[in-house]
Design a protein around this ligand. Structure first.
Ligand code: MOS
Length: 706
């Protein structure tokens, strides 16, 4: 490649942006040379196994550790009475073993550290914990007595423009439907894992002498350092977090969780010995976050030509009693369509459940499922093609603010998707096509994901006389961000990618923001481009060995006065067995508007992965919380269903060529989450078209059709 255009390109430069490079660490990963957190080779490791609560609410009245203490090979048993006192950071998720309170089923109540994982697990099973259980409440209902609006004056939960109630009373066509999505759990292939090592000659807890290293599976090494240092009362400079390779996260690894604190506490009590702690798949269902269940009422008031006059979206979700997390499912409905009269509300009930957290497109994924299902119902009520309905309601500006869109292009996504999918000859009548035993239908849904840019990342470039090393403490959670950032650095330096080596995943490298909100490549890339520009300014194109430069990402990289977001359109074919109700999805096609694509190979992988996760949301995923115990009963991959290869048909992701200068110096927006948004609605709409049955509660299982 020899073209010289593109953001940040040095004069006469190679163009690295847009190359479909394979992941630079791919060979290391498939040959076992890329160490994941648990695999870092450390001498003399110990192994931690936790004891978790078996009540959803109550008090610990007694802990008998005598049998565990007496087990050969046990080095430490931690309980709430013996554990060190942690700093109160105001975040109660991290108050690990600090009191006798139990706030959800599966909470840490003790831990055993032993010479082998088997010994730790066996001894943990010997710890006897007695509880005074209290009545618990884990069931979300639309009229739960404790519903409250989250947020505050600066960031209120509810928004209203115009007079939607008057329009709902007046309009000739009204859709008023309630959609439900279940509790869902992030299930990255690599479970949450940390290896904690306390070094230094201090006597352990509270001494203040020593340093902590965490080999952690995380979406953000620097944010984990800040959290862990705060909770343990350490100067962050004395905590190092190392995470060069991460086996997925989907949001749950976007923060430290209680297991990081527990491992660090154990390590501090056992200085010099690495303490390895990998959560089991079962433990991940109570300790690292989940998507909240939602109950969403959507009301659309329209003229008979389909033009929406009023859009009302009310979402009810749960949160935990430990700390508040708001999924925020109604928020993006404020920007999708040109309704003059709009209201979105959100209510939370704090239940005795594990702490919810980010799961791929938190808010947007369940929220747009509800809105885009209602749009399909409106199209049917008006007798209008569902693609055409969306075109008729396209807003020329952001309805929230009146600001112009920087690069919306949803209309193009819908038109190009319809063309590629072969939508034109679709018979609108639901439940009328059949091929053998299969009822066949097609569905469409739109997608949106906000553009998030996080300032706060720093990159440093060093030239050794041969290669350029770019350092930034960013994360590659399997998405290919290491490769994309290498391309961005090469672009900025005007070099072929082979000349550049990029290091990430370590707090010894310059600070970087979290891999969250699809913000990573764009936010870190801004720092890398700034460092490359600083390097060129200082050293020109012929630097001497030892040349270096360092720069921070700009505070304000996103244009003011513009509405910047990504959009997309999903098209799905669904087949439903006429006798059994089994749903198959042979075809999914998405067209996305995401600005510049840095690496088509890894970007496609993100979009296709998101679409498959949307298929999974539509047909498979559901965490079943037993109301009697507050326990997720299907806490493993045998019973918590995700698609296997046989469930996934022909999935195609396309994007509109172009760039969005308003989005930042790269002209790119994120690709990690937009793919899941809207995909479940497109599946549900296709299933309705196939069968005439409108299922308004996910997942769409075969029992819905009998
Ligand atoms: Mo994403 S759920 O913000 O990691």
């Amino acid at each position: 490649m020899s073209a010289t255009d593109g953001p940040g390109a040095a004069p006469g430069a190679h163009t690295a942006l847009g190359l479909p490079l394979e992941r630079l660490e791919a060979a290391d990963k498939v040959t076992g040379r890329a160490p994941y957190a648990y695999e870092h080779p450390l001498p003399d490791p110990l192994y931690l196994h936790p004891v978790t609560s078996t009540v959803a609410r109550g008090r610990i009245t007694a802990v008998d550790t005598s049998a565990a203490d007496a087990t050969p090979g046990v080095r430490l048993v931690l309980t709430h009475t013996g554990a060190e006192r942690l700093a109160d950071t105001g975040d109660r998720e991290f108050a690990v073993l600090q009191s006798d309170r139990v706030s959800f089923y599966g909470q840490f109540v003790a831990a055993v550290v032993a010479d082998t994982p088997e010994t730790a697990r066996e001894a943990a099973a010997l710890v006897r914990v007695e509880y005074e259980a209290e009545p618990h409440d884990v069931v979300l209902t639309a009229d739960h007595p404790r519903l409250y609006p989250p947020g505050d004056e600066d960031d209120p939960a509810d928004h209203e423009q115009g007079d939607p109630d008057a329009e709902l009373a007046r309009a000739p066509v009204v859709v008023d439907r309630t959609y439900r999505t279940p509790m869902e759990h992030n299930n990255p292939m690599e479970p949450h894992t940390t290896v904690a090592l306390w070094t230094g000659d201090g006597p352990g807890p509270g001494s203040g002498d020593g340093d902590l290293t965490l080999y952690d599976s995380t979406q953000g090494a620097h944010p984990v350092r800040e959290t862990v240092a705060g909770v343990l009362g350490l100067d962050p400079a004395r905590v190092r977090v190392v995470s060069p390779h991460v086996g997925g996260g989907f949001g749950s690894k976007g923060s430290a969780h209680a297991h990081d604190i527990l491992a660090a506490m154990a390590a501090r009590a056992l200085p010099g010995r690495p303490v390895k702690f990998a959560l089991t798949r079962q433990q991940m269902f109570s300790l690292v976050g989940h998507r909240t269940p939602t109950i969403q009422r959507v009301r659309l008031a329209a003229e008979s030509d389909g033009r929406i006059r009023a859009l009302v979206h009310d979402s009810v979700e749960h949160t935990s009693t430990v700390k508040e997390f708001a999924e925020g499912s109604a928020a993006t409905s404020r920007m999708m369509y040109a309704a003059l009269h709009r209201r979105t509300t959100q209510r939370l009930a704090d239940l005795d459940v594990p702490i919810p957290f980010w799961m791929r497109a938190p808010g947007e994924a369940p929220g747009i499922y509800a809105l885009e299902s209602a749009m399909d119902e409106l199209a049917q009520a008006c007798g209008i093609d569902p693609v055409e309905l969306r075109l008729r309601n396209e807003p020329s500006v952001d309805p929230r603010t009146g600001e112009p869109w920087s690069d919306r292009r949803l209309v193009e996504c819908l038109r190009e998707g319809a063309e590629r999918f072969g939508w034109a000859d679709r018979d609108p009548a639901p439940g009328t096509r059949r091929e053998g035993r299969w009822r066949v239908g097609t569905g469409v849904a739109a997608a949106v994901y906000p553009h998030l840019y996080n300032p706060g990342s720093v990159a440093e470039i060093h030239y050794d006389g041969d290669r350029y090393t770019v350092d930034i403490g960013a994360a590659d959670i399997g998405t290919g961000s290491r490769t994309a950032l290498t391309q961005i650095a090469a672009q900025g330096l005007g070099l072929p990618v082979e000349r550049v080596r990029l290091r990430l995943g370590d707090t010894d490298l310059p600070a970087a923001t979290v891999a969250g909100g699809s913000s990573g490549t764009v936010s870190w890339g801004a720092a890398v481009l700034a460092a490359a520009a600083a390097f060129r300014d200082r050293h020109g194109t012929d630097p001497g060995p030892g040349a270096r430069a360092r720069a921070a990402a700009p505070e304000d990289a996103v244009a003011q006065g513009r509405a910047v977001a990504s959009f997309g359109a999903h098209f799905v074919e669904a087949r439903v067995d006429a006798d059994t109700g089994e749903v198959r999805v042979p075809r999914m096609l998405g067209v996305f508007s995401v600005g510049r694509v840095v690496n088509p190979r890894t970007a496609r992988s993100q979009l296709v992965g998101g679409m498959v996760m949307g298929l999974s949301m539509a047909l498979h995923e559901r965490s079943v919380l037993d109301p009697r115990t507050g326990h997720v009963v299907n806490a493993d991959l045998a019973e918590y269903h995700v698609p296997v290869h046989a469930d996934v048909g022909d999935v195609r992701a396309h994007w509109l060529e172009g760039e969005d200068p308003a989005a930042g110096p790269l002209g790119a927006r994120g690709v990690g989450e937009i793919g899941i948004v809207g995909a479940a609605a497109a599946v549900a709409n296709a299933v309705h078209h196939a069968t005439g049955v409108r299922v308004r509660e996910l997942p769409i299982t075969l029992d819905r059709f009998v």
